[in-house]
Design a protein around this ligand. Structure first.
Ligand SMILES: Cc1cc2nc3c(=O)[nH]c(=O)nc-3n(C[C@H](O)[C@H](O)[C@H](O)COP(=O)(O)OP(=O)(O)OC[C@H]3O[C@@H](n4cnc5c(N)ncnc54)[C@H](O)[C@@H]3O)c2cc1C
Ligand code: FES
Length: 358
């Protein structure tokens, strides 16, 4: 497996979507067209220096693969370093380092089947969702989609115009329900926060769960957790639910500063295989993770969120055992096949072989 690497791309357009959300389109040179070809719902890791800090963050592509552009949308978080930079300072003509698309927030397409989809999004969670919706509507002419989209106020709704255009175009196949928490909505059912109880109520009244093929959820923790609980309780099989987590804590900077030195602590010997190169590094049994120690040793290991969410740091464990803090991003079959998230992994045995190419 070839490991994706950053390329420097020029920002083609910076477009204000709402007061607090900005979309960014990149110019992709002809020789990188294949590298940046994406599947609906995938994300790009962006990297730049913000006030001297080397930061990288994942952002979902917000258009369909056939849209003819590569565009992400970034919502400004209060005090957020990267999102603040994009919303307040980035302009057309600037350059950013961009990793090729990654991620699995999509289901297989089949133009000859008519399927039923439910999408639940809140806030910036709409970005990978609109990419999926636009793709499915075009590629599966008999499929039906219901979108439940939660925001605080009407003016916070990202892609309000683009969603209305999709609705106009696919009038009979797309139903959109905007749920507002801080403003009166068009009906009592559509007022309030998208938590487990609200999603259970909406699903019962608006969706035929028994005939649902796929549900996709992207939003803050309570939307993801509550949505899954509500849909499973309503009878949807867990494996029919796809969840994209944006993480719920501040991401680390790209500069590795492991909290404990392996020299002071007991350490395992970890062999890292990356792009065919083998390096041996010490990694303590507790404290810094394998990824942190590899970075400290100057190895250019891939990562993005450092929160166990995005899987950019995934590698195959060829020898030894690890303990992972969290494994949000890995599927059970990947864990069974020996894959680990190196940003979350600590050695349990004296010797490990970790293959980023595997
Ligand atoms: C797969 C994936 C896809 C994503 N796609 C998108 C997308 O399409 N659009 C989008 O907008 N986002 C997306 N995200 C989230 C995005 O990557 C960033 O996490 C987000 O933009 C915040 O980054 P930041 O640098 O602005 O905030 P950070 O500086 O990392 O801070 C994050 C938040 O934590 C708070 N904070 C900072 N430091 C502390 C502290 N010490 N203690 C407590 N709180 C603190 C900040 O105020 C801020 O609200 C995605 C994430 C993942 C994993
Ligand atoms: S860097 Fe995102 S899961 Fe490890």
């Amino acid at each position: 497996m070839a490991r994706p690497q950053f390329h420097t791309l020029t920002v083609k357009e910076v477009r204000r979507e709402t007061d607090a959300a900005t979309s960014v389109a990149f110019a992709v040179p002809d020789d990188l067209t294949e590298t940046y070809r994406f599947t609906q719902g995938q994300y790009l890791t962006l990297r730049t220096k913000v006030d001297g800090q080397d930061l990288r963050r994942p952002y979902s592509v917000c258009v369909a693969p056939d849209a003819g552009e590569l565009r992400v949308c970034v919502k400004k978080m209060p005090g957020g370093r990267f999102s603040g930079f994009v919303n307040d300072r980035l302009k057309a003509g600037d350059s950013l380092e961009v990793m090729p698309p990654m991620g699995r927030f999509h289901a297989p397409l089949n133009g000859s089947e008519g399927k039923n989809y439910l999408f639940i999004a809140a806030g910036s969670g709409i970005t990978p969702v609109i990419s999926n919706i636009a793709t499915i509507l075009a590629a599966e002419p008999a499929s039906l989609i219901t979108l439940i989209y939660g925001n605080r106020r009407q003016r916070d709704i990202i892609f309000q115009g683009a969603l209305a255009d999709l609705k106009d175009r696919y009038l009979d196949r797309l139903c959109i329900f905007h749920v507002l928490s801080d403003e009166a909505a068009s009906a009592e059912l559509l007022s309030g926060l998208l938590d487990e109880a609200k999603i259970a109520e909406l699903a019962a009244r608006l969706v035929d769960i028994d005939h649902l093929d796929w549900a996709f959820i992207c939003g803050p923790g309570p939307v993801m957790d509550g949505g899954k609980l509500a849909l499973v309780a309503a009878g949807l099989a867990e494996e029919r639910i796809k969840i994209e987590s944006f993480g719920d804590r501040p991401f680390a900077s790209a500069v590795a500063t492991p909290s404990r030195s392996p020299i002071d602590a007991q350490a395992a010997e970890v062999e890292i295989i990356l792009r065919g190169m083998h390096s041996k590094i010490p990694v303590p049994f507790s404290g810094a993770a394998i990824l942190d120690m590899a970075q400290s040793a100057g190895i250019d290991v891939p990562f993005s969120c450092k929160g166990g969410v995005c899987c950019t740091c995934k590698a195959k464990l060829l020898e030894g055992e690890v303990e992972m803090d969290v494994v949000y991003g890995l599927e059970p079959d990947e864990i069974a096949a020996g894959y680990i998230l190196t940003c979350q992994s600590h050695p349990k045995t004296d010797k490990l072989v970790v293959d980023y190419d595997g």
